[in-house]
Write a protein that binds this ligand. Structure first.
Ligand SMILES: [Zn+2]
Length: 449
């Protein structure tokens, strides 16, 4: 922890101009490019301006210039960002990346379309049944331990994470990695951490996250990372609270993240990296609107004393207590409306989830837009604005994939693809030999120049 805090502070020394002109509290005041034009507008003489520009250019080359043979790769996650938001809300900075890069119509998440499973499949190229990260809440029958996002001990325990995330692949092959938050990055998977990583802190301002990435890229020694991550949660938070169809609220969250992309681009340009770094802007899943009219009250169907719940909504996972499996399953089957119930062995292969010990006896998958709850919980807090986790093939659950940088085609649009292929793409961009995975090396070759 101390070492990581020091790394965060080191940024202020590695590139002397890193503190200048960045927005406070995560709310930037200018979109991409405005800083520079305002700055130069204050200069009266063209000659002085030119000299200053040359000096700044030389400064950027000598102090924070791109070095090395490998083009760095920055993997960004905007949690819960639906591709539709790009059209529904002003997103000038993401549009700039779209214009000069590759945009997928959608990216199909793994099932269930939840945060931890999908972030982790993105960086391992594995389906959930092969990572073991089968939900945000899990029970492991072998270790008899529980996992939840708020359980710090579990989140930092490598035993929960199967496969090999890209930062481990990189470090094992001598390529340095730095993670500005990513599910799995806080655990020593295969006994390896990224050279730089941060314990998750949802309160860390977005601008500080961008500053860290810029600082890490500006390191002047062999620890400079060639693989980096950056994570923003606000769009998902607002999606849950207000629902994706609440245009005014979503515009606030989408606008903030877009402006942070703008800040990132202006900072990359300032330190001389723009045009020399490949950037993937992704999301883990989409978001569906909920309604108090679309509710499945589990306790009105089964006796809750007959089950032990592992996860709830919109994919309910449960163990039946001894001797109760058929009774619970039959009751759920009889009332099957706006959801589908499976015994473990009946879960469709296409979900690529069932062949894992952590999948319990019974799984209920709600129809998109429906919520699974109990009468008590519903009376207390309703169902909220939106959620995700549904059938990963549904339109509402599709995620964002946008690629920008020297490796990628310009102005290209590609059809929807499954997110397990991103790991192979990243390995190929970084010149790494991939670990065994479920993706295919050719699946995303068409995004490359
Ligand atoms: Zn998420």
């Amino acid at each position: 922890m101390i070492q990581n805090l020091r790394l965060l502070n080191d940024k202020y020394m590695s590139c002397p101009r890193i503190l200048s002109g960045h927005p406070q509290n995560g709310f930037p005041t200018k979109a991409f490019g405005n800083d520079r034009s305002l700055f130069f507008a204050a200069k009266h003489k063209h000659f002085e301006t030119s000299i200053l520009f040359v000096l700044l250019f030389i400064f950027s080359l000598t102090s924070c210039a791109p070095r090395g043979e490998r083009t760095p790769l920055l993997l960004i996650s905007i949690d819960g960002f639906k591709p539709e938001y790009l059209e529904q809300h002003p997103t000038p900075n993401l549009h700039r990346l779209m214009q000069d890069g590759v945009l997928a119509e959608g990216m199909t998440p793994v099932f269930p379309s939840k945060t931890f499973p999908n972030h982790y499949s993105l960086v391992t190229g594995l389906y959930t049944e092969n990572t073991g990260v089968i939900a945000n809440n899990m029970y492991d029958p072998k270790s008899k331990e529980w996992f939840s996002l708020g359980n710090r001990e579990a989140v930092m325990n490598a035993n929960w994470y199967g496969g090999e995330p890209i930062w481990v692949t990189a470090e094992k092959q001598g390529v340095k990695a730095a993670t500005m938050f990513w599910p799995g990055s806080e655990a020593p998977i295969k006994a390896v951490y990224a050279t730089r990583w941060m314990p998750y802190d949802g309160n860390l301002p977005y601008s500080a996250r961008v500053d860290s990435v810029i600082a890490w890229l500006s390191v002047q020694d062999t620890t400079r990372p060639d693989f980096l991550t950056l994570y923003f949660s606000g769009v998902d938070d607002y999606g849950h609270r207000y629902g994706p169809e609440n245009k005014d609220s979503m515009a606030v969250a989408v606008g903030l993240v877009d402006s942070m992309i703008g800040y990132l681009l202006s900072e990359l340009e300032r330190v001389g990296w723009l045009g020399n770094i490949n950037i993937l802007v992704t999301s883990d899943h989409g978001m569906a609107q909920l309604s108090n009219e679309r509710v499945i009250l589990l306790d009105s169907i089964i006796d809750m004393d007959d089950v032990r719940m592992v996860d709830w909504n919109p994919v309910a996972m449960m163990y039946a207590k001894e001797g109760k499996l058929d009774a619970v399953y039959n009751a759920l089957k009889k009332s099957e409306s706006h959801y589908t119930v499976y015994k473990k062995e009946e879960i469709p292969e296409i979900y690529h989830v069932k062949n894992n010990d952590r999948v319990p006896d019974i799984m209920m998958v709600a129809d998109v837009g429906y919520a699974i709850t109990t009468k008590k919980m519903f009376d207390e807090r309703g169902v909220g604005g939106g959620t995700h986790g549904y059938d990963n093939r549904s339109k509402e659950m599709q995620a964002l994939f946008l690629a920008y940088g020297p490796a990628f085609k310009q102005g290209e649009r590609i059809p929807t693809f499954q997110n397990i292929h991103v790991y192979e793409l990243m390995c190929s961009l970084l010149g790494l030999k991939p670990a065994p995975n479920d993706g295919h090396p050719d699946s995303l070759r068409h995004v490359l120049r």
